[in-house]
Ligand binder design. Structure first.
Ligand code: HDD
Length: 723
């Protein structure tokens, strides 16, 4: 985060420290919803407001524009008589309501989007002709949608799941969609297995549950029968699938793509998004509780961050390589279940993506946006990755089903921003049809658009030959080597989380054979991991390791880039401190803490017995953001406990206050506490350790602050888990 962005955020936030100086109520809020007076009914081409009644209030009309006199009562025959079919206003209103829903996405149904821009740091004209990469500093508009995969539209944000990271670039040469995930590998190698994978992951078909989770028989049955999924299985059981925020996660294009320059020279490329604020995830017990406390945790986080001027930012990274590298790489670069370690082909940072505008309307933009892997622009091309090839069929098809017709590119969020001209016409909801007599080419009138062999998209002329058959290339068969490399690249707490996640998920599996079959795979990945999971499940005996189809490359060097903890930010910027306050809290201490935290570019949120606020020891009345039972500590990255002595006595009798402390402690969070809060710590069973900081009335918060950059005090985890 730049200093400029920090200061704009601070200004927008009217920070807690500032509030206390001015004694004004908090305005650290997302953008205010438009008032009725702001709303304009835009019907005409020019967006003019129709039927203005008194002052600025528009007259309510039907969809046909007829002014409505009474929107409270349907038309009846007599005061207590039946409703009349003649009531076209009522009919139209209910008809439209009945048709408000469109089919949710078959996968990635729950998502959240925002607008922004992409800006290259340098010209990449030597490697790609793609227009958006030609000129350093030139901005290209983007729309990004983040999503979970398995859950339905109304599921909770902190499901353990892969996150979608789909970016639509509105370039001057058409839309380019980079439809990626927050994990660089995938479950399957061939798109023909996608329906099976997704059927197995989603609710079981007879009972319609479980929702938004893979902790059930069908999923692990499929995975345990599909060794190609084992690498991804390790990734999804890591903390990558429980990100703290969209803002703190990486994104990946997954497949190997091709860049093609103006001379027609091709370079292989893998796309990476690196969050400016570093990586961060939550712990599983925290995720479970966050889903209850705030099922919209991730979408709210994005909305709040953009609304307060704290614009999320990612750098676009490229791994570039040629055929020679591909030939000597021990895995197939067309296999989407494999990475190319960053230590082998470094990630070159070539530009930045900034999200700076929330949507005006969730349905119009986030719901109707149609991403399609086949949307590429001149200079970017596909490879023969069989997963990518299959995706290129699927996405167009799904938009027809979801958006109801072939004209979904007429919807503003999907329309190119550059000029476009073609002879596609008619169909449902056609918004722009060709004008004039000619709707074909070639034509002898010299009218309408024609192709341009120079500027137009040209497929890379790759030579292809071979026998038609249903088969996979040989190197695709190594399913364990990279899974092992991933596991061995993790820090100790991360390895423990992976083991715990397997034990949790497989404990929900009812069929013992499936549990044992999964453990057999894990034993092949890493003997110790397999044994620990077997023990955690209480298996009667340790099964035989699964036999790999190809010999494992056991000595792949660990890749530090694969660990979240090793790629944390070492800063508290963009994070949130929850401060528990009561009547009588020290104003001096609260102010010193808030000022220091906000200077780091982080937010402070007050949690109190009543949302109306508390009276500090200097008589200031300050409003709270959360009442204690609505603001559990899972909503915060770290907490501070600043009750007065009387306040502490009150909180000790309050179960949700005890949970606030006990959870922060169990989730390895850094905790600052005033001496007056000590009895509450004791009551909650939180024993003092290196992650807890007494901050005195003197307001010395320095050591707490420097610890916050570590985000968690991982050493504590061992002390709080015995099972
Ligand atoms: Fe997919 C949606 C990402 C494999 C078929 N996919 C979808 C979205 C993302 C991904 C982020 C949501 C886009 C949005 O926000 O609207 N999908 C991936 C990645 C994959 C992948 C990274 C593997 C590398 N997908 C994949 C395969 C198929 C699909 C193999 C089918 C053969 N995906 C779809 C879909 C969806 C979709 C059914 C559902 C809604 C949509 O497309 O617009 O067509």
């Amino acid at each position: 985060m730049t200093k400029r962005a920090c200061s704009s955020r601070r200004a927008a936030h009217a920070a807690v420290s500032h509030i206390m100086e001015t004694r004004m109520p908090s305005t650290s809020q997302p953008p205010k919803p438009a008032t009725i007076a702001d709303l304009k009914i835009q019907r005409g081409e020019g967006g003019e407001t129709h039927q203005i009644a008194e002052g600025d209030t528009p007259v309510l009309t039907t969809a046909q524009g007829t002014p409505v006199a009474d929107d409270q009562n349907s038309l009846k025959a007599g005061l207590r008589g039946p409703t009349l079919i003649e009531d076209s206003h009522f009919r139209e209103k209910i008809f439209h309501f009945d048709h408000e829903r469109i089919p949710e996405r078959v996968v990635h149904a729950r998502g959240y989007g925002a607008h922004g821009f992409f800006e290259p740091y340098e010209s990449l004209s030597d490697i790609t002709a793609a227009d958006l990469f030609q000129r350093a500093g030139e901005k290209t508009e983007v729309f990004v949608r983040f999503s979970t995969v398995a859950g339905n539209k109304g599921s909770a944000d902190l499901a353990r799941d892969v996150r979608g990271f789909a970016v639509k670039f509105y370039t001057k040469e058409g839309n380019w969609d980079l439809v990626g995930n927050n994990i660089p590998v995938f479950f399957i190698q061939d798109a023909i297995k996608f329906p099976d994978l997704i059927h197995a992951a989603k609710q079981e078909p007879d009972r319609g549950f479980p929702q938004a989770q893979t902790a059930h028989d069908n999923f692990w049955d499929f995975i345990s029968l599909s060794p190609e999924s084992i690498n991804m299985a390790l990734w999804i059981m890591s903390d990558r699938t429980i990100p703290r925020s969209f803002r703190f996660m990486e994104g990946f294009g997954v497949h190997t793509f091709r860049f093609v320059n103006a001379e027609g020279k091709a370079t292989f490329v893998k796309f990476h998004w690196k969050p400016k604020l570093g990586l961060q995830s939550v712990v599983w017990n925290e995720a479970v509780k966050t889903n209850g406390a705030d099922p919209d945790f991730h979408r709210r986080d994005l909305w709040d961050a953009i609304g307060s001027g704290d614009f999320p930012e990612w750098e676009l990274g490229l791994q570039l390589f040629d055929e020679d590298f591909a030939d000597q790489f021990p895995f197939d670069v067309l296999d989407a279940t494999k990475i190319i370690p960053e230590e082998m082909v470094p990630v070159r940072k070539v530009g930045r993506l900034v999200l700076d505008r929330v949507v005006d309307n969730f349905f119009a933009e986030t719901e109707q946006v149609a991403f399609m892997t086949q949307n590429v622009v001149p200079g970017i091309d596909f490879t023969n990755d069989p997963l990518l090839q299959g995706r290129n069929f699927s996405y167009l098809d799904t938009q027809l089903k979801r958006l109801g017709g072939p004209n979904f590119t007429h919807i503003p969020v999907n329309a190119p921003r550059c000029p476009f001209a073609h002879f596609q016409q008619d169909g449902h909801m056609a918004m722009h049809n060709p004008k004039g007599r000619v709707n074909y080419e070639p034509n002898s009138f010299g009218l309408g658009p024609r192709e341009d062999p120079k500027r137009g998209f040209k497929t890379y002329p790759e030579e292809v030959s071979g026998t038609k058959r249903r088969a996979r290339a040989e190197l695709f068969a190594d399913h364990y080597s990279q899974a092992r490399q991933f596991y061995l690249s993790q820090t100790e707490p991360e390895q423990t989380h992976i083991k715990d996640a397997f034990v949790f998920e497989l404990s929900k599996v009812e069929t013992p054979e499936i549990r044992a079959r999964m453990v057999a795979h894990l034993l092949t990945v890493d003997q110790a991991l397999g044994e620990k999971v077997a023990d955690g499940l209480g298996l009667p005996s340790v099964p035989k390791p699964a036999t790999p189809a190809r010999p494992i490359i056991a000595d792949l060097p660990p890749s530090p880039a694969l660990s979240i903890i090793k790629n944390g930010p070492k800063s508290f910027e963009g994070r949130k401190l929850g401060v528990l306050v009561t009547d009588g809290t020290s104003a001096k201490l609260l102010k010193a803490l808030a000022k220091a935290v906000e200077a780091e570019g982080a937010m402070v949120e007050l949690v109190a017995p009543k949302v109306g606020g508390v009276k500090l020891d200097d008589g200031t009345i300050i409003p709270a953001k959360q009442k204690i039972n609505g603001g559990p500590s899972v909503l915060y990255d770290a907490v501070a406990l600043l009750p007065s002595e009387d306040g502490c006595a009150l909180l000790m009798k309050e179960a949700t206050a005890r949970d606030f402390v006990a959870d922060a402690f169990a989730h390895a969070k850094f905790i600052a506490f005033a001496p007056s809060a000590k009895p509450l710590l004791d009551k909650a069973g939180a024993q003092l350790d290196g992650g807890m900081f007494e901050i005195g009335a003197s307001g010395d918060v320095k050591s707490f602050l420097s610890a916050l950059g570590e985000l968690r005090f991982w050493e504590r985890e061992k002390a709080v888990h015995a099972v």
